[in-house]
Design a protein around this ligand. Structure first.
Ligand code: PLP
Length: 360
């Protein structure tokens, strides 16, 4: 079966060379005689993979030494709960920038058992633009933002500026390692792996060491960052296969030339697509041009019926995964790191054909 051009928002397309190497190791990882899914997480072989994944992350993101790398489970959604549970003291507020559905979910999770202050919001625009600069509360535990809004299709150009004493936390699930990530200004960054890093099942957390001490004594061990840090991410059985594939993706990223190079490639792809949408008589982007995401291009063909016709044309051309999120409708093309230029070429051809059909 030939591979389709997959624009899914996640799980998403992975680099083909990575998939080929991963499948080569299913029956026997190297010369070990044990498959990549079957190795014990306590064995030397997996220890080497885990150490290599961490080393590659440190190199790619030029992590400062006081950033701890954690390989966890539970998705970004568990981080919505773990972050306030670990960092927010009783009676203290946690500040959030509300820039879309995923920010709202993070806010809701933090609001179940503590104070939340929304420091900025673009909800009144239907999240068609980014919020204004945040206005933090008095002494917040941290300020949290979602660097790329997967559903709305907006992306912060960089971290918000904040007074030095406020720790900055970021949900980078849909743009981690798609561009340089500055861990000198962030204090905690988390991301589900399933868009830019590898398969689902793994959540990466990068956290400043001194923040590990903040967890209240009554927090269960499994939910504590310090538990996982002390155990080197082996407190319980980690998702070994997800980590194995992620290590290969990280190697692929290094082989591409690192985050600057991948960022330039991502921007070039997104620019081609946005320019074509802007020049189209039928298609229309959903968000303010200045706030557009390089990862998730959200647009419409003008009506639900026209969107359906566009999707039919896509399917006929082996282009899949463009149906917009059910909460906003329309169309969405996700351009994560592994998206090949050929997929964008094909999508642009579909747009040309769609327009030609409408005028004929
Ligand atoms: C920005 C963002 N945050 C959080 C999530 C939720 O991630 P998970 O399903 O891994 O919990 C997603 C999923 O798409 C996302 O895009």
């Amino acid at each position: 079966m030939p591979r389709l051009f997959n624009f899914s928002a996640g799980p998403a397309v992975l680099p083909e060379p990575v998939l080929a190497v991963a499948s080569d190791h299913l029956l026997s990882l190297g010369e070990t005689g044990i498959g990549a899914l079957e190795h014990s997480h306590r064995g030397d072989v997996f220890a080497e993979i885990l150490a290599s994944a961490e080393a590659r992350i440190r190199r790619l993101a030029e992590l400062p030494d006081d950033i701890v790398v954690l390989f966890l489970q539970g998705g970004a959604s568990l981080q919505f709960a773990m972050l306030p549970a670990n960092l927010r003291a009783a009676g203290q507020s946690a500040d959030y920038i509300n820039s879309g559905t995923w920010s709202q979910k993070a806010i809701a999770a933090a609001g179940t058992d503590g104070l939340v202050h929304v420091a900025a919001s673009s909800e009144d625009s239907g999240f068609r633009r980014l919020p204004a600069d945040p206005i933090p509360s008095e002494q917040p535990a941290y300020l949290h933002y979602t660097s790329n809004n997967t559903i709305a299709g907006t992306q912060f150009p960089g971290p918000p500026s904040l007074p030095d004493h406020i720790p900055l936390a970021c949900d980078a699930s849909s743009d981690i390692f798609s561009r340089p990530l500055d861990l000198t200004v962030h204090d905690l960054v988390y991301a589900g792996a399933q868009k830019n890093l590898g398969p689902s099942g793994l959540t990466l957390v990068l956290v400043r060491r001194h923040l590990l001490e903040r967890a209240p004594d009554n927090l269960p061990a499994i939910l504590r960052y310090d538990t996982h840090a002390a155990a080197g991410s082996l407190y319980h059985t980690p998702p070994v296969f997800s980590i194995f594939v992620t290590e290969l993706v990280l190697k692929w990223l290094e082989d591409q030339g690192g985050l600057q190079v991948i960022a330039a490639r991502n921007l070039a792809q997104a620019t081609r697509l946005y320019e074509r949408i802007d020049s189209s008589r039928l298609l229309k982007g959903r968000v303010e041009p200045a706030d557009r995401s390089v990862m998730n291009v959200v647009f419409t063909a003008g009506s639900p019926e026209a969107d359906r016709r566009f999707l039919d044309r896509c399917n006929a051309a082996d282009v899949v995964g463009l149906k917009g999120h059910r909460s906003v409708g329309g169309l969405r093309a996700s351009l994560y790191n592994a998206q090949p230029d050929a997929a964008v070429d094909r999508l642009l051809e579909v747009i040309d054909a769609f327009e030609a059909e409408a005028t004929s």
